[in-house]
Design a binder for this molecule. Sequence first.
Ligand SMILES: NS(=O)(=O)/N=C1/NCCS1
Ligand SMILES: [Zn+2]
Length: 245
Amino acid sequence: MDCSKVQEAGEYNTKMHPMWQGPLVVPGGDRQSPIDIVVRKSVFDSELKPLLTNYDPRTCQQIWNNGYSFLVEYDDTADKSTLEGGPLQDKFRLCQFHFHWGESNAWGSEHTLDRRLFPAELHLVHWNSNKYSLFEEAVMEENGLAVIGVFLKVGKRHEGLQKLVDALPAIRHKGSVVEFTKFDPACLLPTNTDDYWTYHGSLTTPPLTESVTWIVMKQHIEVSHDQVCEVYEVKYFSHGCYQGF
Ligand SMILES: NS(=O)(=O)/N=C1/NCCS1
Ligand SMILES: [Zn+2]
């Protein structure tokens, strides 16, 4: 098991994100994400434990397009789909997962690995249910959230992902939502979840709060070119209007 702590995020980052039309400097942020994970600077920490995920597919509720990405939401009114272990002292409840991707396979991930971009990145978002009662409360606290990041590469077809890919045409435009049930997000984790990098950072999209313990998997998952193309068809704008450049 190779669990490494990475260097703390820089003093502050500028965020160039097409959705926000230009740089967004978060003043005073001393743990802004995403970061470039400099592998040679990561430090092995024998105190880190294996991750323990316990996801119940029956808590899966819906999939929708929020204009930044598409996300799959889970019933987080009880400790039914949880994450603990790893760098975490508490139990964290899964509330949603989503992806970040680009317009080509050349880029898309938020974190980079020695400056290397991946075509896409999966984020599984959890909140600290030992300390807080709601996501909205936890999101404001420095130990409130835990997000698992998984890099995606284009290669062989991901059988588990196909159920989600098949649902995408129904949420192609911003604001669309459909029922989506019985999906076990554990199928999106790499086979080896013992090797990861972890650091204290922030959300990479609003509210950008510095409340996240990041757990970035060393092992990526593979999805097929056809599956990625279906993701590229998901649009950031509402039906009928196009924000051309
Ligand atoms: N991409 S991210 O997971 O760091 N950002 C989020 N913003 C609101 C819920 S998750
Ligand atoms: Zn994200």
